[in-house]
Design a protein around this ligand. Structure first.
Ligand code: DAT
Ligand code: MG
Length: 137
């Protein structure tokens, strides 16, 4: 079985709240490896490519505004089945519904914004992971 790579982003809300270390700790405690990492304020051009599947949806513009609002930590995570495994660690997209024990369930909430500020991004398939890693690294 091949070792997978996934793209994790500690989004601007997580970065601003000082949760980068907590997210990285959970990834490492699970046993995955941090293969590469950098901090940058995401630009709208690369965000448009990253979120191309969501273009035209009602939350798309708020999502790009939110994601470009400040620094975020971009991480390449490595390990067998880490794409599915990190999605399980992250929890459901809506932080109100995300189960306790998950990153979004333990650390996230609804802030009354149009976009779900849910602390982390994780790629959803091997194809997305390869595409997203090539955008940001
Ligand atoms: P995920 O990040 O769990 O893969 P997604 O790819 O469907 O979820 O959506 C990307 C981001 O867009 C998500 O993390 C938060 C935001 N978002 C998704 N659905 C939303 C909705 N119905 N209302 C507001 N924001 C939403
Ligand atoms: Mg997604």
């Amino acid at each position: 079985e091949q070792i997978e790579r996934t793209l994790v982003i500690v989004k601007p809300d997580g970065f601003r709240r000082g949760l980068t270390g907590e997210v990285l700790r959970r990834i490492e405690s699970k046993g995955y490896v941090l293969a590469d990492l950098h901090i940058t304020t995401p630009d709208r051009e690369r965000l448009a490519r990253h979120y191309e599947e969501h273009q035209g949806k009602p939350f798309y513009e708020p999502l790009v505004d939110f994601m470009s609002s400040g620094p975020a930590t971009f991480v390449v995570v490595e390990g067998h089945r880490c794409i599915e495994g990190f999605r399980a660690l992250a929890g459901a997209t809506d932080p109100t519904k995300a189960l306790p024990g998950t990153i979004r369930g333990d650390l996230g909430r609804d802030w009354g914004e149009k976009v779900q500020a849910n602390i982390v991004h994780g790629s959803d398939s091997p194809e997305s992971a390869a595409r997203e890693i090539s955008i940001w690294f």
